[in-house]
Every structure is written in structure tokens, then in C-alpha cells.
Ligand binder design. Structure first.
Ligand code: TYD
Length: 228
């Protein structure tokens, strides 16, 4: 058993059971709340999106949705990284490099950040991953290719429903044979999703713009077009 900020990972031997909690956090844990149904919404969105990705040939952790808020998944050795793909400028990108929220990037951008609360998740380049022994250059390259391919599939899915995917965060692990495998979560907590200037992601919570769950439920409904 391992408990994180938003999930509990239960070890089932060859597999794991992910329990999605109702906790929501922002700003390095500075902001924290418990929101009813958040765990079940994020679990079901993750399950349905990962199912779609599997059907489109993206290797990922998903095995089975266990309603209301658990996912049976492949056991992975997780890389201590957040892998962000950006289609538009927003959030920490704008804080670091300037520009305006929602401005297009000329091509999808992949960023790595090191998962460490103590170090505040510093940005890393491939050379850091190699020098610190986190991954080889080959694995880093594979992760970057998978992340862009996966984010592009999700962008097209949401575009089909009239939504813009601005950016998204993935986490990867290695399966028992050493293959790069998408893990963790794909939900409004881990992406920026917009429709005509309206916000359908965790920025509603970060910026105190109302009840985040009302928006998350809309995202769940459109993901219900994917069968389980
Ligand atoms: P980013 O703009 O780097 O950070 P912030 O959310 O602090 O402005 O985030 C880019 C995308 O990645 C955004 O959709 C949120 C997601 N993300 C996470 O889900 N977890 C994280 O720890 C980080 C850094 C980003």
C-alpha cells in the first residue's frame, strides 16, 4: 500500500488497485480540500480515456474499472517524473517564459519535471535525467514520443466534442519487461481543457472560480461516449 495526495495504490502482486480519493490539492499542497464524488469522477474519466487510448494503440496501465472509484492496473516501476505536453501557453510556462494564456505554441512541447515536493518539482532536460540516473536517453526519447502521440489523440478526441486541450500531464513507468507504459491518471486534474473561454479543469479550483465538480461532471459525461 502506498498513499499519495490523490490516490491510494494497493499492491495485488502482479497488478495494482488504484483508489481515487476525493482530495484535491494545488500550489504544492498549499491548497487542499475534499470534494464529494471527485474520486469517482476522476477514476471513471481516467478509465474511459485509457480504454480509448488502448484501442488506438497507446500502451497504458488500464485493465479494468472497478466502480465507483477504483481502477485495476498493470504494476509499473514509476519514473519520478511529470511529463507535460503543451499545445498552448499557460500556467507555469507563462510564469517562466512570458506570453499570454491560451497563445498557440508552434509545435507540441514536452517538458519533464522531477517529482519532489522538497525540491518543488524542478524542470529537467534529458541530460538531467541521464546524469541523475533517472532514465537513459533512449527511454527519455521514447517517453517524449509517446507523450506527444498520446496528447495528440486526446486533443483530437476533445476537439470532436468542441473542447480545446491546452496542456496535459502524464506519468510513465516501466512494466516487468522494461517497456515504457503510461500510468497514473488522465482527468480534469491533470490537463487544461477549455470551451469558448470556459474552464473545465483544475484551474477552476486553483483560481477559486466556482464548484470544480460541476465542470468535472461535464467532462465525465463527454467521456461516457467511450464504452468500457
Ligand atoms: P503547469 O502549467 O506546469 O503548472 P501549474 O498547473 O502550476 O500552472 O501545468 C501544466 C499541466 O500539467 C496542467 O494541465 C496541470 C498539469 N500538472 C499536473 O497535473 N500536476 C503537476 O504536478 C504539474 C506540475 C502539472
Amino acid at each position: 500500500m502506498y498513499e499519495g495526495k490523490t490516490k491510494i495504490v494497493e499492491d495485488l502482486g502482479d497488478e495494482v488497485l488504484l483508489h481515487f480519493k476525493d482530495d484535491i490539492t494545488a500550489g504544492d499542497g498549499a491548497k487542499h480540500d475534499v470534494l464529494e464524488n471527485k474520486g469517482s469522477i476522476c477514476a471513471e474519466v481516467t478509465a474511459r480515456l485509457m480504454k480509448m487510448l488502448s484501442e488506438k494503440g497507446v500502451y497504458n496501465m488500464f485493465l479494468e474499472f472497478v466502480p465507483p472509484k477504483k481502477i485495476r492496473a498493470r504494476k509499473l516501476k514509476m519514473l519520478p517524473l511529470e511529463v507535460i505536453v503543451r499545445f498552448k501557453k499557460a500556467g507555469s510556462f507563462v510564469r517562466r517564459y512570458g506570453g499570454t494564456e491560451g497563445e498557440d505554441l508552434p509545435q507540441p512541447l514536452v517538458e519533464f519535471t522531477y517529482k519532489s515536493d522538497a525540491l518543488h518539482d524542478p524542470l529537467m532536460c534529458v541530460e538531467h535525467l541521464e546524469v541523475l540516473g533517472i532514465t537513459s536517453r533512449e527511454v527519455a526519447k521514447k517517453v517524449m514520443d509517446e507523450a506527444v502521440k498520446t496528447a495528440t489523440i486526446l486533443k483530437e478526441f476533445f476537439q470532436g466534442h468542441g473542447y480545446e486541450l491546452w496542456d496535459i500531464k502524464f506519468e510513465y513507468g516501466l512494466d516487468k519487461d522494461g517497456n515504457v507504459c503510461l500510468g497514473d491518471e488522465i482527468s480534469p486534474d491533470t490537463m487544461r481543457l477549455r470551451k469558448s473561454g470556459e474552464i473545465f479543469d483544475k484551474d477552476v479550483y486553483r483560481r477559486d472560480l466556482g464548484d470544480p465538480m460541476e465542470r468535472y461532471k461535464v467532462v465525465l459525461e463527454l467521456c461516457r461516449s467511450i464504452s468500457l
